[in-house]
Design a binder for this molecule. Structure first.
Ligand code: ZN
Length: 440
Protein backbone atom coordinates (compact mmCIF):
# COMPACT_ATOMS: atom_id res chain seq x y z
CA UNK A 1 0.00 0.00 0.00
CA UNK A 2 1.22 3.41 -0.85
CA UNK A 3 1.34 6.32 1.57
CA UNK A 4 1.56 9.11 -0.98
CA UNK A 5 -1.65 10.59 0.53
CA UNK A 6 -2.48 13.29 -1.96
CA UNK A 7 -4.05 16.44 -0.55
CA UNK A 8 -7.66 16.85 -1.69
CA UNK A 9 -7.40 19.48 -4.38
CA UNK A 10 -9.98 22.01 -3.21
CA UNK A 11 -9.16 24.49 -5.99
CA UNK A 12 -9.87 21.90 -8.71
CA UNK A 13 -13.05 20.82 -6.92
CA UNK A 14 -14.20 24.46 -6.75
CA UNK A 15 -13.59 24.99 -10.47
CA UNK A 16 -15.53 21.85 -11.34
CA UNK A 17 -18.30 22.85 -8.94
CA UNK A 18 -18.84 26.32 -10.45
CA UNK A 19 -18.91 24.95 -14.00
CA UNK A 20 -21.39 22.18 -13.18
CA UNK A 21 -23.53 24.41 -11.00
CA UNK A 22 -23.83 27.01 -13.76
CA UNK A 23 -24.72 24.27 -16.24
CA UNK A 24 -27.45 22.70 -14.07
CA UNK A 25 -28.82 26.16 -13.20
CA UNK A 26 -29.94 26.50 -16.82
CA UNK A 27 -32.40 23.61 -16.30
CA UNK A 28 -35.69 25.28 -15.46
CA UNK A 29 -34.12 28.77 -15.37
CA UNK A 30 -36.57 31.64 -14.84
CA UNK A 31 -36.36 35.21 -16.10
CA UNK A 32 -35.75 36.44 -12.56
CA UNK A 33 -32.48 34.54 -12.11
CA UNK A 34 -33.97 31.59 -10.29
CA UNK A 35 -35.40 28.21 -11.29
CA UNK A 36 -38.71 26.40 -11.49
CA UNK A 37 -37.70 22.74 -11.43
CA UNK A 38 -40.63 20.85 -10.02
CA UNK A 39 -40.13 17.19 -9.15
CA UNK A 40 -40.16 14.88 -12.20
CA UNK A 41 -40.79 17.76 -14.63
CA UNK A 42 -38.93 18.02 -17.94
CA UNK A 43 -36.51 20.52 -16.33
CA UNK A 44 -35.88 18.08 -13.47
CA UNK A 45 -35.22 15.33 -16.01
CA UNK A 46 -32.68 17.53 -17.80
CA UNK A 47 -30.90 18.41 -14.53
CA UNK A 48 -30.80 14.71 -13.60
CA UNK A 49 -29.14 13.85 -16.92
CA UNK A 50 -26.49 16.52 -16.44
CA UNK A 51 -25.74 15.38 -12.89
CA UNK A 52 -25.46 11.74 -14.03
CA UNK A 53 -23.29 12.59 -17.06
CA UNK A 54 -20.79 14.57 -14.98
CA UNK A 55 -20.59 11.85 -12.31
CA UNK A 56 -20.21 9.09 -14.90
CA UNK A 57 -17.43 11.02 -16.58
CA UNK A 58 -15.68 11.23 -13.20
CA UNK A 59 -15.80 7.47 -12.84
CA UNK A 60 -19.08 6.86 -11.00
CA UNK A 61 -21.63 4.14 -11.61
CA UNK A 62 -25.19 5.50 -11.66
CA UNK A 63 -28.12 3.73 -10.03
CA UNK A 64 -31.77 4.87 -10.16
CA UNK A 65 -34.15 3.25 -7.68
CA UNK A 66 -37.91 2.65 -7.87
CA UNK A 67 -38.81 6.18 -6.72
CA UNK A 68 -36.25 7.89 -8.98
CA UNK A 69 -33.53 8.54 -6.38
CA UNK A 70 -30.23 8.84 -8.26
CA UNK A 71 -27.07 7.40 -6.72
CA UNK A 72 -23.62 8.09 -8.18
CA UNK A 73 -21.34 5.41 -6.74
CA UNK A 74 -17.63 6.10 -6.64
CA UNK A 75 -15.90 2.81 -5.89
CA UNK A 76 -12.85 4.07 -4.03
CA UNK A 77 -11.98 1.14 -1.80
CA UNK A 78 -11.70 -1.75 -4.23
CA UNK A 79 -13.28 -3.85 -1.44
CA UNK A 80 -16.55 -5.65 -2.26
CA UNK A 81 -19.25 -4.70 0.24
CA UNK A 82 -17.15 -1.86 1.68
CA UNK A 83 -18.98 0.66 3.89
CA UNK A 84 -20.45 3.67 2.13
CA UNK A 85 -20.10 7.38 2.81
CA UNK A 86 -23.04 9.23 1.27
CA UNK A 87 -23.50 12.92 0.53
CA UNK A 88 -26.22 14.67 -1.40
CA UNK A 89 -29.45 16.66 -1.44
CA UNK A 90 -32.12 17.36 -4.08
CA UNK A 91 -32.34 18.87 -7.58
CA UNK A 92 -36.09 19.61 -7.45
CA UNK A 93 -37.26 23.10 -6.48
CA UNK A 94 -40.25 25.16 -5.43
CA UNK A 95 -41.92 27.27 -8.15
CA UNK A 96 -39.85 30.43 -8.86
CA UNK A 97 -37.19 29.33 -6.40
CA UNK A 98 -33.49 30.03 -5.98
CA UNK A 99 -30.75 28.09 -7.74
CA UNK A 100 -28.91 27.02 -4.59
CA UNK A 101 -31.47 25.19 -2.43
CA UNK A 102 -30.69 21.47 -2.82
CA UNK A 103 -28.70 21.80 -6.04
CA UNK A 104 -25.71 23.06 -4.06
CA UNK A 105 -25.54 19.83 -2.04
CA UNK A 106 -26.01 17.54 -5.04
CA UNK A 107 -23.43 19.21 -7.29
CA UNK A 108 -20.96 19.57 -4.40
CA UNK A 109 -21.33 15.86 -3.57
CA UNK A 110 -20.69 14.91 -7.20
CA UNK A 111 -17.54 17.09 -7.30
CA UNK A 112 -16.34 15.66 -3.97
CA UNK A 113 -16.77 12.14 -5.38
CA UNK A 114 -14.77 13.14 -8.45
CA UNK A 115 -11.98 14.60 -6.26
CA UNK A 116 -11.77 11.46 -4.15
CA UNK A 117 -11.65 9.35 -7.31
CA UNK A 118 -8.73 11.46 -8.58
CA UNK A 119 -6.99 11.00 -5.21
CA UNK A 120 -7.49 7.26 -5.55
CA UNK A 121 -5.95 7.27 -9.00
CA UNK A 122 -3.03 9.24 -7.56
CA UNK A 123 -2.38 6.45 -5.08
CA UNK A 124 -4.57 7.30 -2.08
CA UNK A 125 -6.18 4.35 -0.31
CA UNK A 126 -9.71 4.37 1.06
CA UNK A 127 -11.61 1.96 3.32
CA UNK A 128 -15.07 3.10 2.20
CA UNK A 129 -16.80 3.88 -1.08
CA UNK A 130 -18.48 7.23 -1.75
CA UNK A 131 -21.94 7.93 -3.07
CA UNK A 132 -23.37 11.26 -4.28
CA UNK A 133 -27.16 11.20 -4.19
CA UNK A 134 -29.98 13.23 -5.69
CA UNK A 135 -33.17 12.54 -3.72
CA UNK A 136 -36.51 12.66 -5.54
CA UNK A 137 -39.13 15.20 -4.47
CA UNK A 138 -37.64 16.87 -1.41
CA UNK A 139 -39.68 20.03 -1.75
CA UNK A 140 -43.22 18.68 -1.57
CA UNK A 141 -44.16 21.37 -4.12
CA UNK A 142 -45.58 19.07 -6.81
CA UNK A 143 -45.87 15.75 -4.97
CA UNK A 144 -46.60 15.63 -1.26
CA UNK A 145 -45.40 15.06 1.36
CA UNK A 146 -41.92 16.57 1.22
CA UNK A 147 -38.75 14.43 1.69
CA UNK A 148 -40.49 11.82 -0.47
CA UNK A 149 -37.47 10.05 -2.00
CA UNK A 150 -35.22 10.10 1.06
CA UNK A 151 -37.95 8.90 3.44
CA UNK A 152 -38.75 6.03 1.08
CA UNK A 153 -35.07 5.06 0.91
CA UNK A 154 -34.87 5.22 4.71
CA UNK A 155 -37.84 2.85 4.97
CA UNK A 156 -40.32 5.19 6.64
CA UNK A 157 -42.55 5.31 3.53
CA UNK A 158 -43.59 2.49 1.23
CA UNK A 159 -42.53 2.66 -2.44
CA UNK A 160 -46.14 2.20 -3.66
CA UNK A 161 -47.32 4.98 -1.39
CA UNK A 162 -44.68 7.38 -2.72
CA UNK A 163 -45.35 6.46 -6.36
CA UNK A 164 -49.10 6.98 -5.97
CA UNK A 165 -48.71 10.57 -4.71
CA UNK A 166 -50.62 12.86 -7.12
CA UNK A 167 -49.93 16.41 -8.24
CA UNK A 168 -52.72 18.99 -8.55
CA UNK A 169 -53.41 17.82 -12.12
CA UNK A 170 -53.95 14.23 -10.92
CA UNK A 171 -50.67 12.89 -12.37
CA UNK A 172 -48.96 10.33 -10.13
CA UNK A 173 -45.27 10.43 -9.26
CA UNK A 174 -44.99 7.05 -11.01
CA UNK A 175 -46.34 8.49 -14.27
CA UNK A 176 -44.24 11.65 -14.01
CA UNK A 177 -40.99 9.73 -13.36
CA UNK A 178 -41.78 7.37 -16.21
CA UNK A 179 -42.34 10.32 -18.55
CA UNK A 180 -38.84 11.70 -17.89
CA UNK A 181 -37.20 8.24 -17.95
CA UNK A 182 -36.35 8.10 -14.25
CA UNK A 183 -38.65 5.38 -12.98
CA UNK A 184 -35.69 3.20 -12.06
CA UNK A 185 -35.34 -0.51 -11.44
CA UNK A 186 -31.99 -0.55 -9.62
CA UNK A 187 -31.70 -1.71 -6.07
CA UNK A 188 -30.56 1.31 -4.05
CA UNK A 189 -27.24 1.04 -2.20
CA UNK A 190 -27.42 -0.10 1.44
CA UNK A 191 -27.67 2.47 4.24
CA UNK A 192 -24.42 4.42 4.46
CA UNK A 193 -22.00 4.33 7.38
CA UNK A 194 -22.39 8.11 7.45
CA UNK A 195 -24.58 10.61 5.57
CA UNK A 196 -23.66 14.27 5.20
CA UNK A 197 -25.67 17.02 3.49
CA UNK A 198 -24.33 20.39 2.39
CA UNK A 199 -27.12 22.96 2.12
CA UNK A 200 -27.64 26.71 2.06
CA UNK A 201 -28.90 27.96 5.44
CA UNK A 202 -32.00 29.80 4.17
CA UNK A 203 -31.92 31.88 7.36
CA UNK A 204 -29.93 34.69 8.98
CA UNK A 205 -27.99 32.98 11.75
CA UNK A 206 -24.63 32.52 9.98
CA UNK A 207 -24.69 35.93 8.37
CA UNK A 208 -25.42 37.66 11.69
CA UNK A 209 -22.69 35.66 13.47
CA UNK A 210 -20.23 36.21 10.58
CA UNK A 211 -19.58 32.45 10.54
CA UNK A 212 -18.83 30.52 7.34
CA UNK A 213 -20.04 27.07 8.35
CA UNK A 214 -23.14 25.99 10.28
CA UNK A 215 -23.15 22.63 12.06
CA UNK A 216 -26.71 21.51 12.60
CA UNK A 217 -27.26 19.99 16.05
CA UNK A 218 -31.07 19.86 16.14
CA UNK A 219 -34.03 20.12 13.79
CA UNK A 220 -37.19 22.05 14.59
CA UNK A 221 -40.34 20.01 14.74
CA UNK A 222 -43.03 20.53 12.13
CA UNK A 223 -46.71 19.65 12.20
CA UNK A 224 -48.63 19.82 8.93
CA UNK A 225 -52.41 19.59 8.79
CA UNK A 226 -54.26 19.21 5.47
CA UNK A 227 -57.78 20.60 5.56
CA UNK A 228 -60.77 20.64 3.21
CA UNK A 229 -63.56 23.20 3.72
CA UNK A 230 -66.79 22.29 1.96
CA UNK A 231 -69.46 24.94 1.32
CA UNK A 232 -71.90 25.37 -1.54
CA UNK A 233 -71.41 26.81 -5.01
CA UNK A 234 -73.60 29.86 -5.67
CA UNK A 235 -73.83 33.07 -7.74
CA UNK A 236 -71.78 35.90 -6.20
CA UNK A 237 -74.44 38.41 -7.38
CA UNK A 238 -78.02 37.62 -6.45
CA UNK A 239 -77.41 35.03 -3.68
CA UNK A 240 -78.39 36.79 -0.41
CA UNK A 241 -75.46 37.13 1.99
CA UNK A 242 -77.04 35.07 4.83
CA UNK A 243 -77.56 32.17 2.42
CA UNK A 244 -73.96 31.94 1.29
CA UNK A 245 -71.87 28.97 2.39
CA UNK A 246 -68.47 30.26 1.37
CA UNK A 247 -65.57 27.82 1.72
CA UNK A 248 -63.00 30.52 1.01
CA UNK A 249 -64.35 32.69 3.84
CA UNK A 250 -63.67 29.85 6.29
CA UNK A 251 -60.16 29.55 4.87
CA UNK A 252 -59.63 33.29 5.41
CA UNK A 253 -60.70 33.04 9.07
CA UNK A 254 -58.34 30.11 9.55
CA UNK A 255 -55.34 31.70 7.83
CA UNK A 256 -55.55 34.74 10.11
CA UNK A 257 -55.87 32.51 13.18
CA UNK A 258 -52.86 30.37 12.17
CA UNK A 259 -50.78 33.58 12.14
CA UNK A 260 -52.14 34.49 15.60
CA UNK A 261 -50.92 31.15 16.96
CA UNK A 262 -47.30 32.04 16.07
CA UNK A 263 -47.69 35.54 17.54
CA UNK A 264 -48.15 33.98 21.00
CA UNK A 265 -44.52 32.80 21.06
CA UNK A 266 -42.47 35.46 19.25
CA UNK A 267 -39.20 34.13 17.82
CA UNK A 268 -39.97 30.59 18.98
CA UNK A 269 -42.77 29.62 16.66
CA UNK A 270 -43.30 29.81 12.90
CA UNK A 271 -46.63 29.15 11.19
CA UNK A 272 -48.12 29.49 7.74
CA UNK A 273 -50.71 28.47 5.21
CA UNK A 274 -48.75 28.24 1.98
CA UNK A 275 -51.07 26.38 -0.33
CA UNK A 276 -54.68 27.01 -1.25
CA UNK A 277 -56.80 25.24 -3.83
CA UNK A 278 -60.08 27.01 -4.52
CA UNK A 279 -62.96 25.43 -6.44
CA UNK A 280 -64.29 26.42 -8.82
CA UNK A 281 -62.02 29.51 -8.54
CA UNK A 282 -64.11 31.84 -10.66
CA UNK A 283 -64.71 35.52 -9.81
CA UNK A 284 -68.50 35.17 -10.09
CA UNK A 285 -68.90 32.02 -8.03
CA UNK A 286 -69.04 31.62 -4.24
CA UNK A 287 -66.30 29.01 -3.63
CA UNK A 288 -67.69 25.55 -2.91
CA UNK A 289 -64.52 23.87 -1.79
CA UNK A 290 -61.12 24.92 -0.49
CA UNK A 291 -58.17 22.68 0.17
CA UNK A 292 -55.29 24.06 2.23
CA UNK A 293 -52.29 23.04 4.32
CA UNK A 294 -51.50 24.48 7.75
CA UNK A 295 -47.89 24.33 8.85
CA UNK A 296 -46.55 24.79 12.38
CA UNK A 297 -42.84 24.77 13.33
CA UNK A 298 -41.02 25.09 16.64
CA UNK A 299 -38.11 23.56 18.57
CA UNK A 300 -40.30 22.97 21.65
CA UNK A 301 -42.28 19.70 21.81
CA UNK A 302 -44.80 21.11 24.29
CA UNK A 303 -45.53 24.12 22.08
CA UNK A 304 -45.92 21.92 19.02
CA UNK A 305 -48.55 19.79 20.76
CA UNK A 306 -50.33 22.81 22.19
CA UNK A 307 -50.32 24.68 18.87
CA UNK A 308 -51.55 21.62 16.94
CA UNK A 309 -54.58 21.42 19.26
CA UNK A 310 -55.16 25.16 18.83
CA UNK A 311 -54.97 24.83 15.02
CA UNK A 312 -57.45 21.96 14.99
CA UNK A 313 -59.84 23.99 17.15
CA UNK A 314 -59.36 26.97 14.81
CA UNK A 315 -60.29 24.81 11.80
CA UNK A 316 -63.59 23.76 13.40
CA UNK A 317 -64.26 27.34 14.56
CA UNK A 318 -63.60 28.82 11.09
CA UNK A 319 -65.98 26.32 9.48
CA UNK A 320 -68.70 26.98 11.99
CA UNK A 321 -68.33 30.79 11.64
CA UNK A 322 -68.75 30.45 7.85
CA UNK A 323 -71.61 27.98 8.26
CA UNK A 324 -69.87 25.19 6.36
CA UNK A 325 -68.13 21.89 7.12
CA UNK A 326 -64.47 20.98 7.50
CA UNK A 327 -62.51 17.75 7.21
CA UNK A 328 -58.93 17.09 8.21
CA UNK A 329 -57.55 14.93 5.41
CA UNK A 330 -53.97 14.50 6.57
CA UNK A 331 -51.64 15.07 9.49
CA UNK A 332 -47.86 14.75 9.36
CA UNK A 333 -45.51 15.29 12.24
CA UNK A 334 -41.76 15.73 11.98
CA UNK A 335 -40.48 15.40 15.53
CA UNK A 336 -37.76 17.56 17.06
CA UNK A 337 -34.54 15.58 17.06
CA UNK A 338 -30.88 15.91 17.93
CA UNK A 339 -28.19 15.18 15.34
CA UNK A 340 -25.19 13.04 16.33
CA UNK A 341 -22.38 14.95 18.01
CA UNK A 342 -19.59 12.89 16.44
CA UNK A 343 -20.52 14.12 12.93
CA UNK A 344 -20.64 17.76 14.14
CA UNK A 345 -17.24 17.33 15.83
CA UNK A 346 -15.76 15.91 12.64
CA UNK A 347 -17.08 18.75 10.48
CA UNK A 348 -15.99 21.32 13.10
CA UNK A 349 -12.46 19.92 12.92
CA UNK A 350 -12.50 20.08 9.12
CA UNK A 351 -13.68 23.72 9.28
CA UNK A 352 -10.92 24.57 11.72
CA UNK A 353 -8.31 22.98 9.43
CA UNK A 354 -9.60 25.16 6.61
CA UNK A 355 -9.42 28.24 8.91
CA UNK A 356 -13.18 28.74 8.73
CA UNK A 357 -15.38 29.87 11.63
CA UNK A 358 -18.14 27.38 12.39
CA UNK A 359 -21.20 27.62 14.56
CA UNK A 360 -23.55 25.00 16.04
CA UNK A 361 -27.16 25.76 15.24
CA UNK A 362 -30.69 24.46 14.60
CA UNK A 363 -32.26 23.80 11.25
CA UNK A 364 -35.76 25.23 10.99
CA UNK A 365 -36.30 23.85 7.48
CA UNK A 366 -36.55 20.12 6.87
CA UNK A 367 -33.83 18.45 4.80
CA UNK A 368 -33.34 14.98 3.33
CA UNK A 369 -30.74 14.27 6.03
CA UNK A 370 -33.58 14.29 8.57
CA UNK A 371 -35.06 11.24 6.81
CA UNK A 372 -31.86 9.29 7.50
CA UNK A 373 -31.50 10.51 11.08
CA UNK A 374 -31.58 7.55 13.46
CA UNK A 375 -30.71 5.14 10.64
CA UNK A 376 -27.05 6.14 10.41
CA UNK A 377 -24.76 8.92 11.68
CA UNK A 378 -26.13 11.97 9.89
CA UNK A 379 -24.93 15.54 9.54
CA UNK A 380 -26.11 18.78 7.94
CA UNK A 381 -23.61 21.50 7.05
CA UNK A 382 -24.87 25.00 6.28
CA UNK A 383 -23.32 27.84 4.32
CA UNK A 384 -24.67 31.41 4.63
CA UNK A 385 -27.63 32.70 2.62
CA UNK A 386 -27.41 36.40 1.75
CA UNK A 387 -30.08 38.20 3.81
CA UNK A 388 -31.68 34.81 4.59
CA UNK A 389 -33.64 34.90 1.33
CA UNK A 390 -34.99 31.44 0.40
CA UNK A 391 -37.66 29.85 -1.81
CA UNK A 392 -37.32 32.99 -3.89
CA UNK A 393 -35.55 33.69 -7.19
CA UNK A 394 -33.29 36.20 -5.41
CA UNK A 395 -31.80 33.50 -3.15
CA UNK A 396 -28.01 33.88 -3.09
CA UNK A 397 -24.95 32.33 -1.53
CA UNK A 398 -21.65 34.00 -2.43
CA UNK A 399 -19.09 31.98 -4.42
CA UNK A 400 -16.53 32.12 -1.58
CA UNK A 401 -19.09 30.70 0.84
CA UNK A 402 -20.03 27.93 -1.60
CA UNK A 403 -16.34 27.08 -1.92
CA UNK A 404 -15.85 27.11 1.87
CA UNK A 405 -18.63 24.55 2.32
CA UNK A 406 -17.25 22.47 -0.51
CA UNK A 407 -13.75 22.48 1.03
CA UNK A 408 -15.11 21.41 4.42
CA UNK A 409 -17.28 18.73 2.81
CA UNK A 410 -14.31 17.42 0.85
CA UNK A 411 -12.13 17.19 3.95
CA UNK A 412 -14.89 15.44 5.90
CA UNK A 413 -15.57 12.98 3.07
CA UNK A 414 -11.84 12.31 2.65
CA UNK A 415 -11.47 11.50 6.35
CA UNK A 416 -14.65 9.42 6.43
CA UNK A 417 -13.69 7.37 3.39
CA UNK A 418 -10.22 6.77 4.79
CA UNK A 419 -11.75 5.72 8.14
CA UNK A 420 -14.27 3.26 6.69
CA UNK A 421 -17.14 5.68 7.25
CA UNK A 422 -16.99 6.03 11.02
CA UNK A 423 -17.09 9.69 12.13
CA UNK A 424 -15.37 8.80 15.42
CA UNK A 425 -12.49 7.11 13.63
CA UNK A 426 -12.38 9.83 10.98
CA UNK A 427 -11.61 12.35 13.73
CA UNK A 428 -8.40 10.46 14.54
CA UNK A 429 -6.95 11.08 11.10
CA UNK A 430 -4.50 13.88 10.74
CA UNK A 431 -5.28 16.66 8.35
CA UNK A 432 -5.04 15.52 4.74
CA UNK A 433 -1.93 17.59 3.96
CA UNK A 434 0.00 15.97 6.85
CA UNK A 435 -1.41 12.58 6.24
CA UNK A 436 1.64 10.52 5.24
CA UNK A 437 1.83 9.12 8.74
CA UNK A 438 -1.90 9.10 9.37
CA UNK A 439 -3.61 6.46 11.43
CA UNK A 440 -4.56 3.53 9.25
ZN1 ZN B 1 -33.53 22.08 0.13
Amino acid sequence: MTSTSSVPDTAAAARAFHAQFADISTCGATGGGGITRLCASAADGEARHRFADAAREAGAEILVDAVGNQFALFRLSGIPGAPLVMMGSHLDSQPKAGRFDGTYGVVAAGCIGASLMRARHAGETFAADFCAVNWTGEEGARFRPSLLGSSTYAGSRRIEEALSSRDDAGITLCEALDAIGFLGTDRPPPLPACYLELHVEQGLVLEKAKAAIGLVTRNWGAAKIDVVFTGEQAHTGPTPMPRRRDALLAAAYLIAEVREIAERWPGRFHSSVGRLLVEPNSPNVVPARVELSVELRTADDRLLTEASLMAEAAIAEAASRAGISSTITGRTLRPIRILPEAVCDLVATCAEEASLRSLRMDTVAGHDAISLLGQCPTGIVFVPSVDGVAHNEAELTRPADLEAGLAVGLRAAWRLCRAGGSPERALLFKRPDEASGAVR
